[in-house]
Design a protein around this ligand. Structure first.
Ligand code: GLU
Length: 460
């Protein structure tokens, strides 16, 4: 194990946003590729805004994405507890340290951090008052993504509120010191806080960690301009889960929000991401959200799954839709799904696509019905093929194929003259998996029964 220790430090105040998941992922990838430790620290000091439900959703989301932590809730480590709400003693001791060093003072019931430097007063039109400012040394932040960023603090800031709660800046830094964090990887929105943080590290005589501030996520250009918000489509992790996207594909997608591999090979497994991800290659500019890319990566991943993996994921999606149950026959399920795998790009669409394999209550596509069944002779075609299929002793593609061919020869037509009507009769639509394998899989009994139903229903 190396000495790399990174942390993901969410405040569980609402639904888990894709940007939050990206921060988690980039920290996780960095830890895994450097043989380091990934710490999950819950920043739950804001009692009014933190909720149990948000915490649960966050932990579920991380688990679903496969981002396991080495220290954190449920995983004790040497620097716990990992909930800030349980670390008051540690914060009090550190507050005392700053007071002892002459770097903290009380005013109006709150505790302020004292900057070093010459003090002067200035009229502030915003506050409409004279305020005290400090000529402090500029802080140089060495950011792995942004290079050197120089910022200056010029006012003392609160580290403990008048109600006794320590401030975000204070607990964040105390914990990074105490948890021996070597790299802070977080959203760009925290860059403006970093000079305060570095001031605090310096006051504690601790070496600041290396920083890496990740670019903002911007709206899909098809949806609008500016920063992506919680209300935008695709903004919440729970949405991806509900839509049955594969977690590996979601991880792949999130990894590309601000980072890309040099050869533009975007469809990457988690192992490939761990070895290829490079924090130094993360872009500075905003990362565009692209919903189409999500579907594409999901499809790539679905196609590359081996059948047993595909079947077990698909089974869950069919069970949720009420189309399969625990007694659905495995062999039947596998052969039906093998026909669907190449054809559909998300498990979200699977129940609709594959319903007729599993239920008699499947939708009839009106357009297909018009196109196929309103043609003259459509029912005659069914009348002709039905007895020949019924007479087959063996029900496999070759025998089914020869039944169609014989009939076609006799009528001096191509077998395709019968395919669309039969396809429609057995599936309610005019597109889908390869025709002959589909008939074989559906089985003789189902096929004949559905052809008979259609003959009755559509006879003019
Ligand atoms: N609790 C902060 C947040 O959720 C963490 C900031 C940090 O990573 O330092 O934004």
């Amino acid at each position: 194990m190396s000495d790399v220790r990174v942390r993901f430090a969410p405040s569980p105040t609402g639904s888990t946003h894709i940007g939050t998941a990206r921060t988690a992922l980039f920290n996780w990838l960095y830890a895994r590729q450097n043989d380091g430790v990934f710490v999950l620290r819950i920043e739950d000091t804001d009692k009014e805004r933190n909720t149990e439900a948000a915490l649960e959703e966050l932990l579920d989301g991380l688990e679903w994405l496969g981002l396991d932590w080495d220290e954190g809730p449920g995983k004790d480590g040497p620097y716990g507890p990992y909930f800030q709400s349980q670390r008051s003693d540690i914060y009090q001791a550190h507050l005392q340290t700053l007071k002892d060093k002459g770097r903290a003072y009380e005013r109006d019931g709150a505790v302020y951090f004292k900057l070093e430097g010459e003090r002067y007063t200035e009229f502030d039109s915003y506050a409409n008052a004279e305020i005290e400012k400090v000529r402090a040394e500029p802080v140089v932040i060495d950011d792995l993504i942004r290079g050197q960023v120089t910022r200056k603090e010029e006012r003392d800031f609160v580290i403990q509120r008048s109600n006794g709660d320590p401030s975000f800046h204070f607990v964040n830094v105390v914990d990074d010191i105490e948890m021996k964090i070597t790299h802070v990887i977080r959203g760009e929105d925290h860059l403006s806080n970093t000079s305060k943080h570095v001031e605090l590290f310096n006051a504690f005589e601790a070496t600041p960690p290396k920083f890496a501030h990740l670019p903002m996520i911007l709206k899909d250009p098809r949806e609008g301009k500016g920063k992506m918000s919680k209300r935008d489509k695709g903004a919440l992790i729970s949405e991806y889960k509900e839509r049955n996207f594969l977690p590996e594909a979601v991880v792949n997608f999130i990894a590309l929000l601000g980072w890309s591999p040099k050869d533009d090979q975007e469809s990457l497994t988690i192992d490939a991401l761990v070895s290829r991800f490079n924090l130094n290659d993360v872009q500075k500019g905003g990362a565009r959200f692209d919903e189409k890319k999500m579907s594409h990566l999901n499809f790539e991943r679905m196609k590359s799954m081996d059948l047993s993996e595909y079947v077990s994921t698909a089974r869950a999606s069919l069970e949720n839709a009420g189309l399969a149950s625990s007694d659905t026959d495995d062999a039947y399920l596998s052969s039906a799904l093998a026909l669907c795998q190449e054809k559909i790009d998300s498990f979200e669409n699977l129940p609709e696509f594959a319903a007729y394999f599993f239920s008699e209550d499947y939708a009839v596509v009106e357009k297909a019905e018009k196109k196929v069944m309103q043609k003259d002779g459509a029912v005659d075609r069914l009348d002709e093929i039905a007895p020949r299929l019924a007479a087959l002793e063996k029900w496999d593609q070759t025998s089914i194929d020869s039944a169609f061919n014989q009939l076609a020869d006799e009528k001096d037509l191509k077998p395709f003259a019968w395919y669309p009507v039969v396809r429609f009769a057995v599936s309610g639509t005019n597109s889908g998996p390869d025709f002959l394998p589909m008939l074989e899989t559906l089985g003789k009994e189902r096929v004949l029964k559905r052809i008979d139903n259609a003959r009755e229903r559509y006879r003019p």
